[in-house]
Design a protein around this ligand. Structure first.
Ligand code: ATP
Length: 197
């Protein structure tokens, strides 16, 4: 029988992926001995307002580029064409592909975890999977009863995709973008300000 594996599932819009995401994924793998972390861009995130700024294929490609260099990190198409993409369905799909002794952890930032009780069928989700919650500057979280939570105290990483989009639109080059992702954004002309009407 193959040895039991520990898998992390890290969902997000990744619009674009940044060094905060990658640090969280790597530190979760280091601290909890994860063999693999799947980074899963959402096709259409039901708990975020409005559509993503960049198309799915670009967000996925940027995650692939950011994962290069650490074989534990893998970009996943699990939520491709799944609109809306509910985390509960994704977790169940991954669990269905795992062996009996494998363990699954859902990796999430403190801001998102603090809103978990607004997610689709959140009580089922809490029963289904354990969480690695990454602290995030300026964000506290409460643990709903019954949640299985492992805290990940990452180095303070005050970075967000929305700030990065704003700085790109202002013509800046945010240092929190992995170099290959920055090149991709420039080559594809993503996150430019919309032309004045
Ligand atoms: P936005 O600014 O558009 O809300 P974001 O930076 O939060 O984007 P998402 O793709 O929405 O990025 O995040 C995916 C997951 O990563 C979420 O669980 C979020 O909480 C977590 N995350 C993002 N940035 C950080 C960070 N700097 N530290 C810890 N967790 C983070």
């Amino acid at each position: 029988m193959p040895p039991a594996r520990k898998i992390g599932l890290f969902g997000g819009t990744f619009d674009p992926v940044h060094s905060g995401h990658i640090t969280v994924a790597k530190e979760a793998a280091d601290q909890y001995g994860l063999d693999q972390v799947l980074l899963v861009p959402a096709a259409a995130p039901p708990h975020k307002h409005g559509a993503a700024a960049a198309p799915y294929e670009d967000r996925l490609r940027m995650v692939e580029l950011a994962c290069q260099g650490d074989p534990r990190l893998v970009a996943s198409r699990l939520e491709e064409n799944r609109i809306p993409s509910y985390t509960l369905d994704t977790v169940r799909a991954v669990k269905g592909s795992l062996g009996q002794d494998d363990e699954l952890y859902f990796i999430i930032g403190a801001d998102a975890f603090n809103e978990i009780t607004t997610w689709h069928r959140w009580e089922d989700l809490l029963r289904e999977v354990q969480f690695i919650v990454a602290t995030r500057p300026g964000h506290d979280y409460e643990e709903p009863p019954g949640a299985r939570v492992h805290r990940l105290d990452t180095l303070a990483l005050p970075v967000s995709s929305s700030e990065i989009r704003a700085r790109l639109a202002a013509g800046e080059s945010p240092p929190e973008l992995p170099p290959a992702v920055r090149e991709y954004i420039l080559a594809k002309g993503l996150y430019r300000p919309s032309p004045a009407e």
